[in-house]
Ligand binder design. Structure first.
Ligand SMILES: CC(C)(COP(=O)(O)OP(=O)(O)OC[C@H]1O[C@@H](n2cnc3c(N)ncnc32)[C@H](O)[C@@H]1OP(=O)(O)O)[C@@H](O)C(=O)NCCC(=O)NCCS
Length: 187
């Protein structure tokens, strides 16, 4: 298993592992239809949030394809969670990982998602040995597009109607950064 150091402290945020005490905060944003709009699944019930927390508390392995690390994001020294960043190991052998983020809109528009994603990307490149970090997002998800662009990720692909979101054909962008780009300050 690859070692990583959490918590990570940024200018305004603390990134740490989730605990079962975070159920109320997680449910507060994961239950919102607006938050789930581009996640290609319905909002989560309280029971589903509890299951996710149990999985997250148990699973911090980073060795095999599909392993993932979901990081809780808190403001400063406050315990409450304002959002999450997830890193998922897409290919252990090729050191490819996917990054994603979900934030409570009550804390939106302050740059928290960008600040947390930047810290998680640094963790991925420096501690988890990731070679290429990518994000997939619905082309209509303009907030996420802006997060990727603020991070300096390159738009690599525009997949057209590659997925079904209920009755709607979804199209996606793929954004990515390589470790050397990140280290050169392009990330
Ligand atoms: C995607 C998502 C995280 C974006 O949230 P967000 O609030 O726009 O992103 P940030 O927290 O990085 O905030 C950025 C905004 O804060 C502003 N801002 C204010 N103060 C700032 C500061 N000190 N530093 C940086 N940005 C600041 C920025 O200008 C930016 O506004 P703009 O996009 O209008 O230009 C959020 O919409 C979300 O969780 N959506 C639902 C889940 C989802 O779709 N996830 C992605 C699946 S691929």
């Amino acid at each position: 298993m690859t070692a990583f150091s959490l918590p990570v402290i940024t200018e305004r945020l603390v990134l740490r592992l989730f605990t079962t005490h975070d159920l109320g905060d997680l449910y507060a944003y994961q239950s919102l239809p607006d938050v789930a709009r581009f996640l290609y699944r319905p909002p989560l019930t309280r029971e589903q949030c509890a299951e996710k927390l149990a999985q997250r508390a148990a699973g911090t392995a980073w060795a095999e394809d599909g392993d993932s690390l979901t990081i809780a994001v808190c403001q400063g020294d406050e315990e409450s969670v304002v959002g999450e960043v997830v890193l998922k190991l897409a290919s252990a052998s090729a050191r490819q990982a996917e990054i994603g983020w979900v934030f409570n809109p009550a804390h939106g528009g302050r740059g928290y998602a960008t600040e947390a994603a930047r810290a998680a990307a640094s963790l991925a490149f420096t501690e988890l040995g990731v070679h290429r970090l990518f994000a997939r997002l619905d082309v209509l998800n303009t907030g996420s597009v802006r997060v990727c662009e603020r991070l300096g990720m390159r738009r690599e692909a525009h997949l057209v109607e590659n997925d079904l979101d209920g009755e709607r054909w979804g199209s996606e962008y793929v954004y990515a950064s390589l470790a050397r780009e990140w280290k050169d300050g392009r990330g």
